[in-house]
Design a protein around this ligand. Structure first.
Ligand SMILES: [Fe+2]
Length: 194
């Protein structure tokens, strides 16, 4: 499907930020207001991409330009569904399009890790409603868990510095401290918009 006008304009603005920003923190600071102003658009996702899966949260690749300078991904969170505790290894801006989610943020308790285990401590938990925007970037603000403990479906729109569905990342087991490598993929093979 052809990208709607507001998405094309968004791409131009994102590229302007990427050209000027010198750090990942500057990138997310620049992109946060761009995503926030876009969350009001009702036509972000066709209806069939807004339905939750029965067994896990859904990940849909919304848009990825040919040079993969960034990627837009939508997640659909059914009531009670949650991500594992995970990192991204790339900058990301997270916006709530519909419903309400909970984001728990973590950081390593110690600097050194053997690569197989790590002890994390919870920094904070934030409840985010439609229109709210959050962000991640490595290494200082990269580990979190997103969940929907509420009664209705939530949909979040994320912008990352890469297609994180094809990037090898880490999932953390809080109880054992074990780190597991994952490539999460998406429910759809081709992006919704091109
Ligand atoms: Fe995440």
């Amino acid at each position: 499907m052809k990208a709607p006008d507001f998405l094309q304009k968004f791409e131009r603005n994102v590229r302007a930020v990427l050209q000027q920003a010198k750090t990942e923190e500057e990138i997310v600071v620049g992109i946060r207001p761009l995503l926030k102003s876009l969350l009001v658009h009702e036509e972000w996702l066709p209806e069939n991409y807004q339905q939750p899966l029965s067994d896990q949260y859904a990940s849909y690749l919304v848009y990825k330009p040919d040079d993969e300078a960034f990627a837009v991904i939508a997640f659909v969170w059914g009531p009670g569904q949650s991500s594992p505790v995970h990192d991204h290894l790339v900058w990301g801006v997270v916006g709530v399009w519909k419903g309400t989610i909970e984001e728990a943020r973590f950081r390593p308790k110690q600097k050194e890790t053997d690569g197989a285990t790590i002890v994390l401590e919870q920094v904070e938990t934030v409840t985010a409603h439609a229109g709210d925007v959050s962000h991640v970037y490595p290494p200082s603000r990269d580990i979190h868990r997103v969940s929907n403990p509420f009664d209705s479906t939530a949909i979040t729109l994320h912008v990352y510095g890469a297609d994180i569905g094809s990037l090898e990342r880490n999932v953390y087991d809080l109880a054992t401290g074990k780190i597991r490598k994952v490539i999460t993929g998406h429910q759809n093979q081709r992006a919704i918009y091109s």
